[in-house]
Ligand binder design. Structure first.
Ligand SMILES: Cc1cc2nc3c(=O)[nH]c(=O)nc-3n(C[C@H](O)[C@H](O)[C@H](O)COP(=O)(O)OP(=O)(O)OC[C@H]3O[C@@H](n4cnc5c(N)ncnc54)[C@H](O)[C@@H]3O)c2cc1C
Length: 374
């Protein structure tokens, strides 16, 4: 059995949120160890807000990340109602950016290497925690003042689960008449359909009921592309090709942020959102950034103490609840085919389109969260 040197903060998780926290603390007086396996990183496109770009810039990681800017977001529903948001209205170079999840993780992880592959267990003992880890199938032990769970939610069952009875079909598609820099969000009777600009392709995230998802996965490429055209409409012409299709169950999962003594959860380990508004990672990066600022601000003896945990919970409460509430509202309101609701939604979108202050409020929330970065 191997004993690793004691650290102030141990971070369990190989995703972007855990990596971002490790990077924010690297080179500081706060000692850090990241626990993650670098082998099973999914390869899928992901949209980051302009606020997330600012965080990644501060971490020195942004310049090396290839991305496709989103300059305009076009929101519509079948029938009537649409709203358009443009980056010029907010004085920003882009509203968001689409990048590859695997590349983002690789860039962040390269600057904060892991010391072990997986967290197996943790136990409190006074001023610190005793952690049991695994590395090359060997048991490794380590002590830390604070354990941060950034494992995406695999280490403990979620306390609150809202099952939306939807699946996301994710794939890359090419369109006949692509529109540079425009992201499309189309609300259909079964759920939202997003097409995000991604190089010369689109990243498709199509939320549908589980039987439809099974059916869509079983179609030939031309049949799938024809169904996509039917659901999305003709704004981009015909869809020309589709890459491998994968499927994700969609639910909202919430967990306590301070689940045990000297332990905090961030990113998807704290809240897993429906991808409808593309907010999950953005919220997670804000979790990591704010926790890092707090850690850099306190004396070592405070790290992991009950007062520190309580302060972090308070500091993240508003942004977290706003992100969860906003996403849940969108899924419920826009995944319903009742005619009166469809009419109200259409009117809501038209109103949003006609009211710049309302659009500005919504855009700020989506870009910076409920509490803007200073
Ligand atoms: C279809 C889909 C589309 C999405 N699109 C967007 C989008 O456009 N924009 C956006 O902001 N969000 C989006 N999201 C959400 C986004 O992917 C997540 O919010 C984000 O990946 C969370 O990052 P994380 O680091 O918290 O967790 P994860 O990305 O889940 O990473 C957790 C990591 O921890 C590792 N791990 C697990 N157990 C252990 C252990 N015991 N020890 C050590 N490590 C462990 C896992 O292997 C994994 O690598 C989308 C989600 C889905 C499903």
């Amino acid at each position: 059995m191997l004993e690793l040197p004691e650290v102030d903060v141990a971070i369990a998780g190989g995703g972007p949120v855990g990596c971002a926290l490790a990077l924010a603390l690297s080179g500081s007086p706060v000692s850090v160890a990241r626990i993650a396996s670098e082998t099973d990183v999914a390869d899928r496109p992901i949209a980051l807000s302009h606020g997330s770009r600012l965080i990644l810039e501060r971490l020195g990681a942004w310049d090396s990340i290839q991305n496709t800017p989103i300059e305009t977001i076009h929101v519509s529903q079948r029938g009537f109602g649409r709203a358009v948001m443009r980056c010029e209205e907010y004085g920003l170079p882009a509203l968001g950016y689409v990048t590859a999840y695997s590349e983002l993780v690789a860039r962040l992880a390269a600057q904060a290497p892991a010391v072990a592959e997986a967290l197996e267990d943790s136990e409190t003992g006074g001023e610190e925690l005793a952690l049991r880890l695994s590395r090359d199938e060997e048991e490794v032990h380590m002590r830390a003042r604070l354990l941060v769970l950034a494992d995406g939610g695999t280490l403990r069952p979620a306390e609150h689960v809202t099952d939306y009875d939807q699946r996301a079909i994710v794939a890359e598609v090419k369109a006949e008449r692509p529109r540079r820099g425009v992201a499309w969000e189309r609300f259909t009777a079964e759920g939202p359909l997003a097409l995000l600009p991604y190089g010369d392709r689109y990243a498709l995230v199509w939320s549908v009921r589980p039987p439809t998802a099974e059916n869509l996965l079983g179609l030939s490429d031309p049949e799938f592309l024809a169904r996509l055209r039917e659901a999305f409409g003709g704004r981009l012409g015909d869809f020309r090709s589709v890459g491998p299709r994968s499927v994700f169950p969609l639910s909202m999962r919430r967990n306590a942020i301070d689940p045990a003594p000297r332990t905090l959860a961030i990113g998807n380990a704290a809240q897993t959102l429906h991808p409808v508004a593309g907010q999950g990672l953005n919220l997670g990066l804000r979790d990591a950034w704010e926790l890092a600022q707090m850690l850099l601000d306190v004396g070592k003896e405070e790290i992991g103490a009950p007062r520190f945990l309580a302060r972090y919970v308070r500091r993240r409460r508003f942004d977290r609840h706003a992100g969860i509430g906003f996403t849940d509202f969108l899924v419920r309101i826009f995944s319903n085919s009742l005619p009166p609701l469809a009419a109200a939604r259409g009117a809501g979108l038209a109103l949003l389109d006609a009211l710049p202050p309302a659009r500005r409020f919504l855009a700020r929330r989506m870009i910076f969260g409920a509490r803007a970065l200073p």
